[in-house]
Design a protein. Sequence first.
Length: 439
Amino acid sequence: MGNVSSLITKRQIEGLYIETIQSLKFGLYKETVITEKGNIQNIWFVALKDKKTNVTLQLTPYTKLLRYSDTTIDQRRSETIKVWGQFICRYLNFVLIDNYSQFKIDDIKEVSIEIGNKFLEEYAKGNIGGEEKSIQALQKEMKNLCKLYSYIKSIYKKDATKIHKLKWKYKDNKNRVRYNNHFSLNDNDNERLAFDIFRNMPSQIFEVFLQLSKIYYPELTFAIAFQAYAGLRPGEICNVRQSIDSKNPGVAYQKIGSRISAFNINLTKLCQMRDDGTHVGGIKKRRIQKVYTPYLGRVQELYQEHLVILERYEFDNSYYPMFVNKNGEAITVKSYREKIERLANVYLKEYLAKSDNPYFRRYAEILTQKKLSPHFLRHYFTVLLVLDNLTPHEIASWRGDKNLDSSLIYCRDKDDLLKNIKELNGDIVEEILRGVDNS
């Protein structure tokens, strides 16, 4: 198999091809063998798997990227190879599957510096791997990317047409292999990454943020609620469908009297969301995600308002996106992210800077030095869970996490969270704002 498309008997029309590869993912396959000396050895392969079931469909030639080494004898530990393989699969999924519609390449030898830059940008923002990354994590990922591109050049040589002329590796004064960095992020991202990762937002200021969304992006206010009260990731927001989708209803709720007692979001399947074949975003963990119980009343109120907004649009019988652009098409994660960032870092900052409340002005000053991305809403949600004294297992369940790693970090750092919240809130004792346009 030379590329993803070899799983398909013949090249299909573009839309069907995209739909087909969206059901696949690259992942690691492990074969355990016993050596002649009786030692257990794990051998790793890069495989194509079914995204929904995780069943391995076939091994791929990209395993040579996994096993390639700058030394004649590869003496790396199995765990080291596994970590390297996870990075390779992360990159292969981003380039060949998740963003095929954008890059239009189906073989890794066709990658470019621009694609690498885009990968690092999305990784830094948390759209790959979940959660925004620290500068240290980004630097490590960039180093891995330089190493990968060096391997691609060494393996494919001139067939790697867009990168083979670049010098990727050299040896330092101790004869150790080192890698040249040809990647960079655009000016806006350099500016954002120059600041410490910033996610904290006091509840009173969040209320302002929510009210501002009703002014500037009313079609996304309910999406913000899904992030803040159900912990959805940006890509998952773009995959939510309306309840009227008869084949795959996106939401369902239960009522006791007139009040919603449970609200479920269907993220069990990655569906085609637009008739133009555009990939709107991914779902990190397939699941039914519940809205956090204490905020069901708030979500019910915003849902009713959102249904009124959706009445402005006409939808094809096959597509019922919950969150749309001005044309009534499912919003893409790129567009969603841009709007949320503009709402937080422009409109919110401007409003707070003009406020008579000194603590609001203080937060506006913070936003002149630090930037918020949509992942601050998922962080906000997690803080709610931590402050409600939920266990790591409960937090992971509400967040839709695959493991307990993030939950354990939040629980471990609870004291620091409380300290940061106290510093940000100061002595604010005002009632939660009902609106921002009454001043």
